[in-house]
Design a protein. Structure first.
Length: 302
């Protein structure tokens, strides 16, 4: 069984083909341009393979309500040309195959729950801190949607008493993304994160904000595993700072060994390296194919 996967990001599109066991046969990356040019690149790539289904983990916000007229669309986004873009319909019309669709971070948590660091964990949370902040949630055996889908990257935070930076988010002055994503780091300190490696004050402040959000996620979702990744999280020592800060914010309120004694096994980097998103997309495609086959079996027995 050959399944296609797309990790659709605002900067790049990662495309891969793999099997239902999560093994990848091939993987490529294209820059995210306007939809027409980007989709042409993607279709050229998958035209070389005979895939049975496609899974897409997509930047958003997106419409995940299957009863909606705009299911499978990117709805609102500042990225030029992508607002109200029909992602799922484009590929369904082109290939007439099952298409699984979710947010990019929900795809990533699905990959880690299926094959990675969160295998056997429910609930589980995946947080990516990069050019933005995204949060994927797996709960009660499924990806969490709801009214829309989790946007916990915009969780409102208490500002550090000594932080005078106004925030990068155009919607909220004190949300996690606006205070701690890569663009906020650069705007606050005047340099990109890679150039600030030796400055403890930068990463102590970063840990303060990320850990505050993580503590809130623990209190709200009671996850069995939290995975932290993204470009900002590549900074050496940052994860350890966040673990210590998270424990301090919780202040002994949750008396569980995972938090009090084994935070290094509870708040972790992904086990799938750089591939949780694309492997999660493969899993989304496999699930869409399974659902299609079940419906065909039921109709065949009626």
């Amino acid at each position: 069984m050959l399944i296609g996967g797309i990790e659709a990001g605002g900067t790049k599109m990662i495309c891969a083909v793999g099997n239902e066991d999560g093994s990848l046969k091939d993987k490529v990356s294209f820059p995210t341009r306007r939809p027409r040019e980007t989709f042409a690149d993607v279709m050229d790539y998958f035209g070389k393979w005979e895939i049975e289904a496609l899974g897409i983990g997509c930047f958003g916000p997106v419409d995940l309500n299957r009863a909606s007229k705009t299911y499978g669309y990117i709805t609102t986004t500042p990225k030029p040309g992508w607002e109200n873009c029909d992602v799922v319909g484009t590929f369904r019309r082109a290939w007439n195959i099952p298409v699984g669709f979710d947010t990019d971070v929900n795809g990533a948590v699905l990959g880690e729950v299926t094959w990675g660091a969160a295998k056997g964990c429910d609930p589980a949370i995946y947080v990516t801190v990069g050019t933005g902040v995204g949060v994927g949630v797996y709960c009660n055996g499924r990806l969490l949607h709801g009214l829309l889908h989790p946007e916990a990257g915009h969780m409102l935070l208490a500002r550090h008493p000594q932080d005078t930076y106004g925030g990068k988010c155009s919607f909220h002055r004190n949300c996690l993304e606006g205070l701690a994503a890569g663009p906020a780091i650069e705007a606050r300190w005047g340099s990109r994160g890679q150039e600030l490696a030796g400055r403890d004050e930068v990463w102590e402040l970063e840990a303060y904000y990320v850990a505050q959000a993580v503590a809130n996620y623990i209190l709200a979702y009671s996850p069995e595993k939290i995975i932290l990744w993204g470009g900002v999280m590549h900074q050496e020592g940052l994860l350890e700072r966040i673990r210590a800060r998270t424990r301090a914010f919780l202040n002994g309120y949750l008396r569980h060994g995972s938090i009090l004694e084994h935070m290094e096994d509870y708040l972790v980097a992904p086990a799938l390296g750089e591939d949780p998103g694309i492997k999660g997309a493969i899993r989304l495609g496999a699930l869409a194919l399974e659902e299609t086959n079940r419906k065909a079996d039921r109709s065949g027995h009626e």
